[in-house]
Design a protein. Sequence first.
Length: 393
Amino acid sequence: MTEVKAPSMLRTGLVLGLLSTLGPLSIDLYLPAFPTMARDLGGSAADVQRSLSIFLLALAAAQIPWGSLGDRFGRKRPLYLGLALFVLGSAGCAAARDPQMLIAMRFVQGFGICAGTAVSRAMIRDLYSGHQAARMLALSFLVIGLSPVLAPLLGSFFLQAAGWRAMFWLLGTLGLAAMLLAAMMLPESLPREKRLSIHPRALLSAYAALLGNGRYMAAAMVAGLATTTPYASVTAAPFLFAQGYGLSPTAYGVLLGVAAFCSIGATQFSPNLMRALGPERHLALTTGGGIAVAALLVALALGGAAPLAAVQGLLMLLFVLVGLTLTPAAVTALDAAPAAGAGAAMLGTVQLVVTALASAAISLFPAGALLPLALLLFVTWLLAALCARRAFA
């Protein structure tokens, strides 16, 4: 049986990190341009917001198709096809003359770049395991984590210097660069003898096996539930910090950026902690810590006027716990998956669905109130702890 020699971890991690970050960058980069885009395209704010919703829908819908294609044809050919669609969609967005064209091209863009996320995780599972896989995931999370912090600032610069269309030309250029780097620096990590059929029965069997795999699904749910903390916080922040505490967008953006850096930093410590503690104890400690910190946040909300410093401090602790939880949860899930492509695809789908539901739940409650966010975070960390126990039962 052919064995693929693992390339340099640093080089591979940076390339896979670039592939993984193009999706988040495509979300965050153009947020500052929403009002300008609506005016230039002759549409409403809702039209431009729909371009973001359709992008997220494409990301969720494409996880399983790309994962299945990767298991059948190897990792690199689907990756090239996905990046080509991403470049095409980016060029289409840059050339859009009305909201309808923008929305259609954003779907193409999102569907294409999903290949980068699905394939990068599958490649990590092909080439590495255990502590090495944890290090690779942590490195890719580091690159991904910079996007929500730096992308809006970069978008503001491009908006002022060259206009919003330049942002999409930049994304297309990055897509071409990612294709070139993947061709030069990444091996084909799935040997021919390990490739699977994509006959409908085989696909149904593969994903049914994952759904019936208790360890895999429990670990994937831990990753999804942990990810709700940053997503729900970002959803609630404009109302909580602006209405509740009277902060400007710049001020609460800085607070969220500091919390994001805490999470990014924590991901780099996670592999060593996982090796020292083992994934089971590691997840038990981080999810238990999440329950405790979220409970303090609930108590603070119930106590009346919650000091901003205390709220920010507890959110920062939760973001640290997210960074410590994601790597062992993802490694545990991928190690339990018989087919890496299907496993990576289902993991991404679970994370997107869980975080989308959590973000939607926040919007059902009064804006500017701390208690709904605190209760949601408490419930999600409690469920994450229960799923972590199930993953090793």
